[in-house]
Write a protein that binds this ligand. Structure first.
Ligand SMILES: Cc1ncc(COP(=O)(O)O)c(C=O)c1O
Length: 381
């Protein structure tokens, strides 16, 4: 049987990974500045992560949500401590899109409404409502067009208020730092206005932290740079360091009802210990604080390269913008310098989403390689 061919793949076959490095079958070592799409938070195969999952697997790996699982409550309190959002409640699932789907559904249950406001450049996933609030027509099937979504630009408070005043929207969904969209951020004043306008007109504010959450941006959630309290916060990627886990944090104003949400795999024993291991290491190794310092170092090094026209993002969710398309540059970084980076819908931007255990010396390696790759790129143009 062949695989359904939906991914354009690099010619690299990783067979092992440790810390910030990935190794292929020929034992070639690659510096991982992509983190498997912002997923690897505490480094590949972190010993604490491996130990906790292995020990749990020997006890019980999975049972359905029909039984008591104290690991879920432990995870809820630990996320409460890290985020300082003790009053919120946790629902666990397995992926980012599932978190978004549940968040949107919950906002609709809560408000009794069904329209959603999303933003230009947004990416929220591939399931039905998640892809409908994603600003990319080419990945929406006719089936997904049943959802009623209004796309607005960031930072136009008047337009936002005009829509919300109709009182037909269950939610406004936003990324504090757009991931797939290319690291654009709304202005502070707009985020604050969005929060108060949602409250004024009875809509839920959903902060999509699937990519930016769990310490990557330098705060536990990227929206925590602002004095706001969304109704729903979605999480996934870095939450499990590669073990599939997602979740939503729910404001206590939204009340649970039996059967309202559900999942078979979400919150299983292995997923919970994976996420607890991530939170242990985030705290023990001060990774969130280090992400902030590494951003400063990254910006300093980037300033030495004239071809870089803009540095975007926060913490270790960063982007380098050039005035040319970077497809060949990224290929050169992979094949000639053995460094993984990310792309985005902005074809002129390289995304940097490394494990949070990265050190300054790894950025030195990257910038040296980038200079060489750019020299080659310039000489062939
Ligand atoms: C901001 C954001 N939301 C949601 C998703 C969907 O997550 P998943 O691919 O785990 O379904 C992604 C994935 O890239 C994302 O970046």
């Amino acid at each position: 049987m062949k695989l359904f061919d939906v991914y354009p793949l690099y010619e690299v076959t990783p067979v092992k990974a440790k810390g910030v490095y990935v190794y292929d079958k020929k034992r070639q070592k690659y510096l991982d500045l992509y983190g498997g799409h912002a997923v690897i938070s505490i480094g590949h195969s972190h010993p604490h992560f491996v130990r906790k999952i292995s020990r749990q697997l020997k006890k019980i790996g999975f049972y359905s949500n029909a039984i008591q699982n104290p690991l879920q409550s432990q995870l809820a309190s630990t996320i409460g401590e890290h985020s300082n959002l003790h009053e919120f409640e946790l629902f666990l699932c397995s992926t980012g899109a599932e978190a978004i789907e549940n968040g949107l559904k919950l906002s609709s249950f809560h408000t009794g409404r069904k329209k959603v406001i999303a933003f230009r450049g947004a990416f929220h996933g591939r399931t039905s409502a998640a892809v409908a609030v994603t600003d990319n027509k080419s990945i929406n099937a006719p089936l997904n067009s049943q959802h009623e979504v209004t796309f607005l630009p960031f930072n136009d408070i008047d337009k936002l208020e005009k829509e919300l005043a109709k009182q037909t929207y269950c939610a406004v969904i936003f990324e504090s730092i757009q991931g797939v969209g290319g690291l654009d951020e709304p202005d502070r004043s707009f985020v604050i206005a969005m929060d108060s306008l949602c409250k004024k007109y009875g809509s839920c504010l959903i902060a999509d932290e699937v990519q930016s959450g769990f310490g990557r941006s330098g705060t536990f959630f990227a929206f925590q740079k602002y004095p706001i309290k969304p109704h729903i916060i979605t999480m996934a990627k870095g939450m499990g360091n590669g073990f599939p886990i997602g979740g939503i944090l729910i404001h206590p104003e939204i009340k649970a009802k039996f059967g309202m949400l559900g999942t078979t795999f979400g919150g299983n024993h292995l997923a919970c210990v994976a996420s607890l291991a991530v939170l242990d290491i985030l705290k023990k190794e001060h990774l969130q604080e280090k992400a902030e310092n590494l951003e400063i170092y990254f910006r300093k090094k980037a300033a030495e390269i004239p071809e870089i026209i803009k540095v975007k993002g926060r913490g270790l969710m960063l982007g380098l913008e050039f005035n040319f398309e970077i497809g060949d540059l990224r290929k050169s970084l992979v094949y000639n310098h053995h460094i993984f980076t990310g792309g985005s819908s902005n074809k002129k931007l390289i995304r940097i989403l490394p494990p949070l255990t990265l050190k300054e010396k790894h950025f030195d390696i990257f910038f040296k390689a980038l200079k060489t790759a750019l020299e080659k790129n310039n000489s062939t143009q």
